[in-house]
Write a protein that binds this ligand. Structure first.
Ligand SMILES: C[S@@+](CC[C@H](N)C(=O)[O-])C[C@H]1O[C@@H](n2cnc3c(N)ncnc32)[C@H](O)[C@@H]1O
Length: 292
């Protein structure tokens, strides 16, 4: 167990996250990188992409591991009552980031149910469900997409530990756990891992065994500590870019002020300005008289 967990901890692959976007999913980035490397999916589908944090971590991992994998991000990009509603800007930003991955990544701007018409049955190796998190919606997402999965496919479910308001993934999770081989993470609102096949593959098998032997906390701790470092460096990047932006704004303001001063000096030095001085004096006097 220690050998594998130390190996994961010391591997720089898990620490690099290229595209920071605001997300409640931030802490799962290192584990998603593990999933991509070990599962080697040929087709990845995400239901619920929003800003694209989880989606682009996956795309980045696909490139870094040299996989031949098609990726699909499904979202109507309207938002919902839990994630909040948003405008076109969010989608435009996702389109822009997707330029880097467009040779294998497709954005499906539609509802999850419409996308079942686009993706073939038995073709998806990795499915990430992160849409509307009520019990009814997530159950529909899970069961309507199950026929799309390959025999050894893996389904990830976000928010399995959120119990407030309309969130109900935890109820579905309790049902799924009785039926499938699973593993779970508690941080960043919880992530459930469902193995559909007989046995997980590669290092996944080892991880699953560690988890089954009552050592799930060690796995969570390992990925949790990597994700703490990742988040620290993402926040550092974010504040550095904010600072750079503020400095740029300050420099532009100084530049504008200097140009205005130069323009004023030029006007004051001009012949017309000097020649018309008596008119300005009259105007001032007139204003003084009128205001008495
Ligand atoms: C929690 S956000 C996704 C967060 C994202 N995975 C991340 O990394 O931050 C949920 C998204 O699901 C989308 N959504 C919810 N229900 C949907 C549906 N039935 N069809 C299409 N999109 C849906 C919303 O527009 C929203 O962008």
């Amino acid at each position: 167990m220690d050998e594998l967990l130390n190996q994961i901890t010391n591997d720089p692959y898990f620490y690099s996250v290229k595209h920071y976007k605001q997300s409640a999913w931030l802490g799962h980035a290192p584990f998603m990188k593990f999933v991509v490397r070990e599962l080697k999916p040929k087709t990845f589908v995400e239901l619920g992409t929003h800003n694209g944090f989880s989606y682009f971590v996956t795309c980045q991992s696909i490139i870094e591991t040299g996989l031949e994998c098609k990726a699909f991000a499904v979202d109507h990009w309207i938002g919902d009552a839990q994630a909040g509603y948003f405008d076109q800007f969010v989608y435009d930003q996702v389109v822009e980031t997707n330029q880097e991955y467009k040779h294998f990544s497709t954005l499906l701007k539609m509802s999850f149910s419409d996308a079942t018409e686009v993706i073939s049955d038995s073709s998806v190796d990795l499915l990430h469900i992160d849409g509307y998190h009520s019990y009814e919606s997530v159950s529909e997402d899970f069961f309507s997409w199950l026929p799309k999965m390959t025999a050894n496919g893996v389904i990830l479910l976000h928010d399995i530990h959120v119990r407030r308001n309309t969130f109900g993934v935890y109820k579905l999770w309790a049902e799924i756990k009785k039926k499938y081989k699973t593993m779970e993470f508690v941080g960043s609102h919880g992530l459930g891992v469902v193995f559909l096949g007989e046995a997980p593959l590669g290092l996944f098998a080892e991880l699953f065994e560690i988890s089954n032997n009552g050592n799930l906390a060690q796995i969570q701790g390992t990925f949790g500590s990597i994700s703490d470092s990742v988040m620290q460096s993402l926040l550092h990047q974010e504040s550095a870019s904010l600072l750079k932006h503020t400095e740029h704004e300050r420099d532009s303001a100084f530049h504008e002020r200097d140009s205005a001063i130069t323009e004023r000096d030029l006007i004051e030095q001009s012949h017309i300005w000097r020649a018309s001085k008596f008119l300005r004096v009259i105007k001032i006097r007139l204003n003084q008289v009128l205001s008495r």
